[in-house]
Design a binder for this molecule. Structure first.
Ligand SMILES: [Zn+2]
Ligand SMILES: [Zn+2]
Length: 345
């Protein structure tokens, strides 16, 4: 089979590899059809993945946003996992024994493994996964199945935020994760204001159902949030950028007794006046991956929001052009929403 192997910083090439052996008990071999490329893939490729995330471990087959078909099923698997079914892959393999796992929070497992980061992922013609990672999905395009993974992060973010119907939420950052949070928030019956520097991204957010405002700095963002949600500020704010200016705006605009949810990843630092946390009694919540139930929730949401998710796919490349696809996405951040690599068989 063919695999796109990232062998070092900015080095990726297609290589011929042996097919995986027949699946063992509880294992499934899937044939990846579509693989989404996201920010963490760029960081991995550029050798910038943080030590806390395990660093960039080469060589690696990247790709953790995977839409696939079941090719072979090992003994003892759920009978629902039939050969030929289209599936989305939950990329997380938690250890099951650390403190977060013990308290039912595997998405922040101390020893977690993610396919495409710590183990080989979807940019290859066959992939072996555990049956717990395989979720059947009824959608026409494999690219939509690949988008379940970013959508699952959004589902987790909205779950952690305790967003309720009728509440007004602000999302900072209209990239793929911000747009997915928008879809998950709309599903809850919330009203959403999306902020971003880039007009084309805001245009997409409007088409998906958000009100929008240009992000031109913290003070203007706070004013826009108050105009939208009232003088007390929005009760729920998501940062999907990881940019210090946006995180500062989130902390400044969120209402007292509100919830601020950090989804964008970054090694940058922000200065926080400590009194702000006590005076507002803020719930400041972080989001990493998602729980298994939330991945199932994201599958159901994707099935209901197919047309919206298809809008997020801005570029598609075949597997043979995976190296070009990664470089294109890194070099053209303002043009690219979501690059999807189609793994032709
Ligand atoms: Zn991702
Ligand atoms: Zn664990």
């Amino acid at each position: 089979m063919l695999a796109a192997v990232t062998s070092g910083t900015c080095e990726i090439a297609l290589v011929e590899r042996d097919d995986p052996a027949a699946p063992g008990p509880g294992e499934v071999i899937v044939v990846p059809e579509a693989v989404g490329i996201c920010g963490s893939d760029y960081h991995f490729f550029l050798g910038e993945l943080s030590d806390a995330a395990g660093g960039s471990q080469f060589p690696r087959v990247q790709g953790h946003e995977v839409g696939a078909r079941i090719a072979a099923v090992g003994p003892g698997c759920d009978p629902e996992l039939e050969v030929g079914r289209r599936v989305a892959i939950w990329p997380l393999v938690p250890c099951g024994s650390c403190y977060p796992c013990a308290v039912g929070r595997p998405s922040t497992c101390d020893n977690f493994r993610l396919i495409g980061i710590h183990d080989d992922g979807g940019l290859q013609q066959q992939l072996r996964v555990g049956q717990d990672q395989v979720f059947p999905i009824e959608v026409e395009r494999a690219a939509v199945a690949a988008l379940v993974e970013p959508l699952s992060i959004a589902v987790r973010a909205v779950n952690r935020s305790r967003l309720r119907a009728g509440e007004r939420a602000v999302i900072l950052g209209a990239g793929p994760i911000g747009q997915c949070i928008l879809l998950a928030a709309l599903e809850r019956g919330a009203e959403v204001l999306m902020l971003d520097r880039q007009e084309s991204r805001l245009e997409l957010a409007r088409e998906l159902g958000a009100q929008t405002a240009r992000f031109t700095g913290k003070d203007a963002a706070v004013a826009a949030a108050r105009a939208f949600a009232g003088a007390a500020g929005p009760p729920v704010v998501f940062d999907a950028t990881g940019a210090p200016a946006a995180v500062e705006a989130m902390l400044a605009m969120v209402a007292s007794a509100g919830r601020g949810v950090q989804v964008g990843m970054s090694n940058a630092k922000v200065q926080v006046r400590i009194g702000l946390l006590t005076e507002k009694e803020l719930d400041l919540l972080g989001v990493s991956c998602c729980e298994r139930d939330e991945f199932a929730e994201a599958v159901a949401l994707a099935e209901r929001r197919v047309a919206s998710l298809e809008r997020l796919v801005s570029h598609q490349f075949p597997l043979a052009r995976a190296p070009e696809a990664l470089r294109f996405a890194i070099d053209n951040p303002t043009q690219v929403m979501k690059v999807v690599i189609l793994v032709e068989q």
